[in-house]
Every structure is written in structure tokens, then in C-alpha cells.
Ligand binder design. Structure first.
Ligand code: ADP
Length: 207
């Protein structure tokens, strides 16, 4: 349940460089912080409006989080996915969630990095987060959970992916926070939880 995923609290004070500190900045951070959560566990269990699937271009299922989502949703998900004509890297497509507690699944295809990350991969990963959020808001979804896109089989270094995820979501929320109630970073591994705990205060500072 969304209500079980607690908002972040007790983040250290941070003064953004090149931005005027003070009341206005504090208010922005307070609004944005209240909409961000970190949850460690299985994304298929989350009762939210939309869960994001780190899919492949076929959208017909695979391993990792994709496999877990298709197993949980049941065969009707694959049937709907088969009508979508696949998905390009960085793009997003929405389907029903069938047997899952979420209302919708937003499928996105992350870049294949295999250790080497350049501007192209970085931009593609940015596009994944931004296009998923656009797809969510265009469909009136107010709570969205993201897995760590591309950091499994696709080999994007998790310590670099976390910054792409956080900066893209922060920028999106600055413009569109009125359209979203909560964005949940759903990490699966302890190592990713540690990375998010360390980096969240940089992008969603208190004060
Ligand atoms: P990709 O092909 O985009 O790399 P993977 O599914 O291989 O996708 O991995 C993406 C992330 O999803 C990894 O951090 C992996 O640990 C995580 N993951 C795997 N299963 C689940 C799940 N059930 N819920 C949430 N995250 C998961």
C-alpha cells in the first residue's frame, strides 16, 4: 500500500549551488520531498496507480523485474503487450495490470550498457524516466513506482543510474508536481538501497 511506503524524513540541509537559498527553495524542497519514497522489495506487490516495467523492445516478457511483472499479472498482460508493436529504447507504453494490485503497468526499455556508459546511454535512461512520468500524468496516474531500470541484465552501472533516475525525477517534479502524489523508487537489492539512501538527500534535500 502507498500508505506503508513512508516519505523520507530527516534529510540533511543542503544549499544548491547556483540557486538562491532561503524560503522559496525550502518550500520547493518540502513539496517535492513529500512526494518521494524509497521502498525496498518486490514492485509487483505495490498497490499504486502505476508500476514501471524494465522491459525489452519486444514487450513480450523476459527475466528480472519483467518476468516478475508478467508472472504476477498473468497471460492477459502478454496478450495486450502483443498488440503494441514493441517499444523503442527510452520510450514508454502503458497497459493494464491484470492480476497485479497496481492499476497499470508502464513498460519502458532501458539502454543496454554492459559496463560502458556514454552520453547516448545516459540520455536514453533519462528518456525512460521522463517518458514514464509523462505517460503516467497523461493517463491521470498519481502514484508511480520505478524499479532500477537497466541496472540488471542491461548492465548500466547502478551508481551512475541512481543519479540519472534522481535528477530526472527531480526535474520532472519541479514542473509537474501538481499532477503526481507520489513517486516511489522501488529498489530490490540492498546495494541499491544504500546507493539511494546516499544520493536522495542530494536531489531531495531538506531545507
Ligand atoms: P534490465 O534488463 O533493465 O537491466 P532487470 O530486470 O534485469 O532489468 O533489472 C532491473 C532491476 O530490477 C535490478 O535492480 C533488479 O534487481 C530489479 N528487480 C528484479 N526483480 C524485481 C522485482 N520483483 N521488483 C523490483 N525490482 C526487481
Amino acid at each position: 500500500r502507498v500508505s506503508d511506503v513512508l516519505p523520507l524524513s530527516a534529510l540533511p540541509v543542503w544549499t544548491p549551488s547556483g540557486q538562491s537559498a532561503g524560503e522559496a527553495c525550502y518550500q520547493v524542497n518540502e513539496v517535492l520531498n513529500s512526494k518521494i519514497s524509497l521502498f525496498r522489495g518486490d514492485i509487483t506487490k505495490l498497490e499504486v496507480d502505476g508500476i514501471v516495467n524494465a522491459a525489452n523492445k519486444t514487450l513480450l516478457g523476459g527475466g528480472g523485474v519483467d518476468g516478475a511483472i508478467h508472472r504476477g499479472a498473468g497471460p492477459l498482460l502478454k496478450k495486450e503487450c502483443a498488440t503494441l508493436g514493441g517499444c523503442e529504447t527510452g520510450q514508454a507504453k502503458i497497459t493494464g495490470a491484470y492480476g497485479l494490485p497496481a492499476k497499470y503497468v508502464i513498460h519502458t526499455v532501458g539502454p543496454i550498457a554492459q559496463g560502458a556508459v556514454g552520453d547516448r546511454e545516459r540520455e536514453a535512461l533519462c528518456n525512460c524516466y521522463r517518458n514514464c512520468l509523462d505517460t503516467a500524468t497523461q493517463n491521470q496516474l498519481r502514484t508511480v513506482a520505478f524499479p532500477c531500470i537497466s541496472t540488471g541484465v542491461y548492465g548500466y552501472p547502478p551508481d551512475q543510474a541512481v543519479d540519472v533516475a534522481l535528477t530526472t525525477v527531480r526535474k520532472y517534479l519541479e514542473k509537474h508536481h501538481a499532477k503526481l502524489d507520489r513517486v516511489i523508487f522501488c529498489v530490490f537489492l540492498k546495494s541499491d538501497e544504500d546507493l539511494y539512501q546516499a544520493r536522495l538527500p542530494v536531489y531531495f534535500p531538506q531545507g
